[in-house]
Design a protein around this ligand. Structure first.
Ligand code: AMP
Length: 988
């Protein structure tokens, strides 16, 4: 058989077997001999064909398709060197390593008999790299050998197809050629496939990796590939993976996870469905919303609480939401120890705990008068606590009798006071229970000791102590009963005296005689309190030379009785003077003569408040106003002292009120409303409006400047320095201003010394007008239940109870201002709580006379504080009374009764905490006389024992000159020595 016949045989027998083998591989084919058909165009060498036949192409047809193979079979001829070179194969994707898969048949040399001498059973594979196609320019020397190809199966009788794959590595140029060298074998080359392997583009662990040529360069088995997380996924480290030479992805590094609100589904991150949430970056699936929550739309990061449910600050966003508790149940107040002002509040837990177990309670105490309620303050003790209670009871103590107390017990749970909880308190489910109670007992006063202060043959001076000693809760009267001790009890003759003081001098007694005294305290409503009995004896008969002193003592006794008589008289007069019309009845009566000439116009009646400003105030140019120094802080901004220099007018000192930046239009109007009001007034004792700046950005109100500032501060600084005459003169000015205002039907509502300004001639002028002013900016203002603010200590009871503000309530406040003036700026009712003040007023107690207060002045105060407002004097009356007093200064000489323990609140034996004073300076501070500390030290008075030895002369000698201060110090020393000393002792 010739070689051509063998070639045909080779071809026909194998074709069917291999054509249908489909190989599933991630391979990119660069060259496929079979697919090229007749277009092979491979180069054979040597070129000349003849005896020495080289590789030749053989064509066969099968089912209408053409197939080509190359074969060579020069087994009987020596020195064969036949080359077959492929076309230029372009490298792709910078694949440096390609696979060459060959299918071929090699005949067994033995089957050629004698020809087999030169017969070979192998051929060689070569390759050569180029940057361009070199066409037919073929040079053997340019090719490098890749491998010797031998068949696994040497074909003897049956022809078998061999498949061999070789790697051509380290490729770097644009392309390459393969060449097959035959050196004398009988070979049929059926298929040449050149390919490289890739790892296909893939998504692994939510990271996308691009298609990658298999294997690393430089013969490396693995190629590292960087990926990127899919949309809505993130990873801490860059995701990486390795592509093996076989085109397989291995060892992914770095984990991509879906962001919050997304979950992994089929290699993508998808939004959580509505009603589901995912709070963080994780591989977890979205979770359904917990109880009482909802997720708005898809992709929720958390589920928000449904209306009426909340999360506590410590709750996690993944926790369910809980509701507020309902109100505690069965709240009752039980009086435990009535007389001790104690009660117990008990309640049961709320029916609905809001689904939580962290229930606590708070207890709030308020005392009410009419619609005005005040927090009870610190004086009322709630034990064990008033908030964060876990028990369902508290004990309340230190309650005052006859006050209406309202206790509110509120249940809380972890979500009750969540910050940022948007629901206003009023819209929340009612979590509070309220009980109102009052203790109906009258704290009966009790006499605790009676002592003999002085005695003579015919007199006994007694004093007694009483408990409780709260200044405004003291019994007003005492019933003193006495009789001779040895009286025949069958015919008892005893004397009864009703006294308003806790001391007395009894005269006209028998010398050397024992008397039995019983003192009973009477509570304010007249009910008897605790009494005490003691026995004292008069001095024996004295010689005539001692008569003078006895007379003196008798005179003293008469004086005491006189005081009692005066008090009784004054009270009577007061009762009879109530026939006049009430102040507001008068002010607003239809009688023609009484109509005020001009009436104040409420700027609110103007639709546009700016019109009111323009009408009542003159506009100033800011360049005419110079600010010099901050002198105070108003509600709306700083107050400056400055200069006004308007054209054609002389320079004047002014106060400039400014409006702080960032104000709202409403604030601007409120600010300017003060000018609209002030501008309507023109009176010597009303602060004068110079003008306003409204047409420029920085609005201002310019008023006359008052050198001495606010009255309360001025008086404190000049404590004791001004004589009564001067003080009464200041009051007259204020009263005149108030008369003017009331004539104009303007009700001030916040008359207090802090709102009176004083100029350098000590003229007083009423200030602080404005609309929102009504007490919004007054630190004394306390909120009432109706939301308004009221300065309790200055306000008439009807204005507190039902907001009846009239000129008559201004008169009440004027009485308090008179008291402030006479007490040199002392705080009315001292440190009593607002509740205590309201209670005391309700029970008809009034502020006691300040030290050195002319009796007539105190009487006027008491008139201003009449419960029935129609009986209070009108400002016009007040002005004429004060003017009358000023015209006859002697009328100021009679000084009102004064009890230092009440009226100047001298601490008696101890400091505020109940312990004795530790030092002289501590004591001086407690009576507000610290300025004399050095005088005491320089005089060598350094211990309280030394202080107690001091006489009035000593106090004067160490440099205390002002009579007011002298008295205050002397009283305090006496108080320290003896709580029940009598007044007559300390004429200074
Ligand atoms: P007011 O906003 O009116 O309460 O003013 C605040 C403070 O500024 C007052 O307490 C005074 O000390 C001071 N002040 C206000 N107006 C004047 C004025 N016309 N003359 C002097 N000081 C004033």
């Amino acid at each position: 058989m010739d070689s051509r016949g063998i070639k045909r045989l080779l071809f026909s027998s194998v074709f069917f077997n291999y054509i249908f083998i489909t190989i599933q591989t991630k391979e990119e084919v660069l060259l496929d001999m079979k697919a090229l058909g007749s277009e092979l165009g491979w180069l054979t060498w040597p070129y000349e064909q003849g005896e020495k036949q080289g590789w030749e192409v053989v064509q066969r047809s099968l089912n209408g398709s053409q197939f080509y193979t190359y074969s060579v079979c020069n087994v009987g001829v020596r020195e064969q060197d036949n080359w077959l070179r492929t076309t230029f194969i372009q490298r792709r994707l910078s694949a440096s390593r390609v696979f060459v898969e060959l299918q071929f048949i090699v005949r067994d040399c033995n089957s050629f008999g004698a020809s087999s001498l030169t017969c070979k059973e192998t051929f060689n594979l070569f390759s050569a790299e180029f940057d361009a196609d070199v066409g037919t320019n073929f040079r053997k020397s340019q090719f490098k050998k890749v491998a010797t190809i031998a068949s696994d199966e040497i074909t003897r009788h049956d022809l078998r197809i061999n498949t061999e794959t070789r790697v051509v590595d380290g490729l770097s140029k644009k392309g390459f050629y393969l060449a097959f060298q035959d050196i004398g074998a009988c070979v049929a080359l059926l298929s040449v496939r050149v390919f490289y392997k890739t790892c296909p583009a893939t998504i692994k662990s939510l990271a996308v990796f691009p298609e990658t040529v298999a294997g690393g360069g430089e013969n490396q088995a693995l190629r590292e590939v960087a990926g990127a997380c899919v949309e809505n996924a993130v990873s801490e480290e860059l995701p990486r993976i390795y592509c093996t030479v076989d085109g397989e992805w291995v060892v992914p590094v770095g984990q991509c996870q879906c962001t919050a609100g997304f979950e992994a589904i089929n290699d993508t991150c998808q939004e959580c469905q509505p009603g589901f949430f995912k709070a963080s970056v994780s591989n977890n699936a979205c979770e359904p919303c917990p109880a009482n929550t909802q997720a708005h739309g898809s992709g929720a990061l958390f589920c928000s609480c449904t209306a009426g449910f909340y999360r506590a600050p410590d709750d996690k966003e993944t926790d369910p939401c809980s509701g507020l508790p309902s109100a505690p149940q069965d709240l009752i107040a039980t009086t435990t120890q009535l007389a001790a002002g104690k009660l117990q509040l008990t309640w049961s837990p709320p029916e609905d705990t809001g689904g939580r177990d962290d229930i606590t309670y708070s207890v709030e105490c308020r005392c009410c008068m009419g619609s005005a309620c005040q927090p009870c303050g610190e004086k009322v003790r709630i034990e064990p606590f008033s908030s964060s209670l876990t028990d369902t009871w508290v004990t309340v103590s230190e309650l005052e009798p006859s006050i209406n107390y309202t206790f509110t017990v509120e249940a809380h749970n972890g979500v009750s006071l969540t910050p940022g909880q948007v629901m206003p308190r009023s819209n929340r489910p009612p979590s509070a229970s309220t009980v109102t109670t009052s203790l109906h007992y009258t704290d009966p006063p009790k006499v605790t000791s009676i002592r003999l202060d002085d005695r003579s043959p015919t007199t006994l001076s007694l004093s007694w102590a009483v408990a409780p000693r709260r200044p405004l809760n003291r019994p007003t009267r005492y019933e003193l009963t006495y009789r001779k001790k040895d009286d025949n009890l069958d015919v008892t003759s005893y004397t009864v005296l009703i006294l308003e003081k806790n001391f007395v001098q009894i005269s006209d007694l028998f010398p050397g005689t024992a008397y039995l005294f019983r003192v009973q305290a009477l509570s304010p409503d007249g009910s008897p309190g605790g009494s005490m009995e003691e026995e004292f004896e008069t001095m024996p008969e004295v010689a005539p030379s001692n008569m003078a002193s006895i007379l003196g003592a008798v005179a003293g006794g008469a004086a005491v009785l006189l005081i009692v008589a005066v008090v009784v008289l004054v009270r009577k007069r007061r009762k009879n003077s109530h026939t006049r019309q009430g102040p507001e009845d008068t002010y607003f009566s239809s009688s023609e003569q009484l109509k005020p000439l001009k009436t104040y116009v409420d700027p609110h009646t103007y639709e546009d408040p700016n019109t009111a400003v323009l009408k009542f105030a003159s506009e100033l140019h800011p360049s005419h106003v110079t600010k010099q120094k901050v002198i105070g802080a108003g509600e709306f901004g700083e107050v400056y002292r400055g200069i006004l220099k308007a054209p054609g007018r002389k320079e004047t000192a002014v106060a400039i009120k400014t409006l702080k930046p960032g104000y709202s239009e409403k604030q601007r109007q409120d600010f300017l409303s003060e000018a609209s009001i002030m501008g309507q007034f023109s009176h010597q004792n009303i602060i004068r409006l110079e003008g306003v700046v409204t047409k420029f950005k920085h609005a201002m109100i310019v008023t006359e400047y008052m050198d001495n500032g606010a009255l309360d501060k001025y008086l404190k600084v000049h404590d004791g320095e001004l004589p009564s005459f001067q003080l009464v003169g200041m009051m007259r000015g204020i009263a005149a201003g108030m008369k003017y205002l009331s004539d104009m039907s303007y009700v001030h509502r916040d008359l207090a010394a802090r709102n009176i300004l004083v100029n350098n001639s000590l003229e007083c002028k009423v200030s602080d007008f404005g609309l929102s002013r009504v007490l919004e900016d007054d630190p004394e203002g306390t909120y009432t239940t109706s939301g308004g603010k009221i300065p309790i200590r200055w306000t008439a009871p009807e204005a507190i109870a039902y907001r009846k503000f009239t000129s008559a309530s201004d008169v009440w406040s004027f009485g308090i201002v008179m008291w402030e003036v006479m007490a040199f700026g002392e705080r009315p009712y001292w440190d009593m709580s607002n509740c205590e003040v309201m209670k005391a007023i309700n029970e008809a107690f009034r502020l006691p006379a300040p030290m050195d207060c002319p009796s007539a002045v105190y009487q006027l105060m008491l008139q201003c504080w009449l419960q029935d407002r129609s009986k209070r004097p009108r400002f016009t009356d007040i002005v004429s009374i004060l003017e009358k007093l000023l015209r006859s200064p002697d009328s100021l000489k009679a000084i009102a009764d004064f009890d230092p323990r009440i009226s100047i609140r001298l601490p008696s034996t101890s400091g505020s905490d109940g312990s004795p004073f530790r030092s002289v300076s501590e004591w001086l501070e407690s009576i507000k006389m610290s300025q004399y500390s050095e005088n005491f030290t320089c005089a060598g008075v350094v211990t309280m024992e030394q202080v107690l030895q001091m006489k009035n002369e000593d106090i004067k000698n160490i440099g205390v000159r002002l009579p007011g201060h002298l008295k205050r110090i002397a009283y305090s020393i006496l108080g320290l020595k003896d709580q029940t000393s009598t007044l007559s002792v300390f004429a200074v």
